[in-house]
Design a protein. Sequence first.
Length: 262
Amino acid sequence: MHSEIQQDNDQSHCNLLAMTVGIKQKLTVDAIVRKFLSENFAIILFHYDGVVNEWHDLWWSHIVIHIAAHSQTKCSRWFAKRFLHPDTVSIYDYIFLWDEDLGVENFHPGRYLKIMKSEGLEISQPALDPKLSEIHHRITVRRKKRTVHRRVFGTRGTGECSSTSTGPPCTGWVEGMAPVFSRSAWHCAWHLIQNDLIHGWGMDMKLGYCAQGDRTKKVGIVDSEFIVHQGVQTLGGSSAEKVSLHVLLLVVATDLCNLHPS
């Protein structure tokens, strides 16, 4: 895959959605993929349960790339470390590294990217609908009537978050279920991922180091384009299990950016 994509570096840039998926979330993934294809995204699906054939009845299945690993955990970063090397994905302006359990009824990829650019964000994530989402960190909660927010206020753990806070958990980070990276930010973030990573816990708060500047300004939560985090717990196998990797490049294309639905 590395050599195929690199051949097209002279082509106009586009954007990439990479997702870890399992067959049990087929309907949710279908809704996400349709939205991103409408904005001419290239799409890679990482099948952590090894199931690929059961996706073929969806009309878009033949125009996305499928990569399958048997008995793998859901951790998107495990796949990203192996298949999204910065040189391999350098043709993409932005990289969405998303989980499968996200509702996108109120999310539009095109509008989202316009906001990232206008706000000067290098790393971001969509805000979470607080009524329908599983919330782990208050900084991710959507703020109505806002376009973007970059910090949270109040007591967090053993400290106080204020306008003078300069890092997590108060500002300068996003959660791991739906991060979005600029090309430069991903080049940095990829190197932070451990080769043997089996879960992403704790890495979220390190991403601010890749903000290409002041993390309090370059990292943010986009409120106007928000999602629902369903919080589905699905693992393809034991994290201690030795993984037998089987890569299925069902689409080999020299120009992923120009793939269009028929």
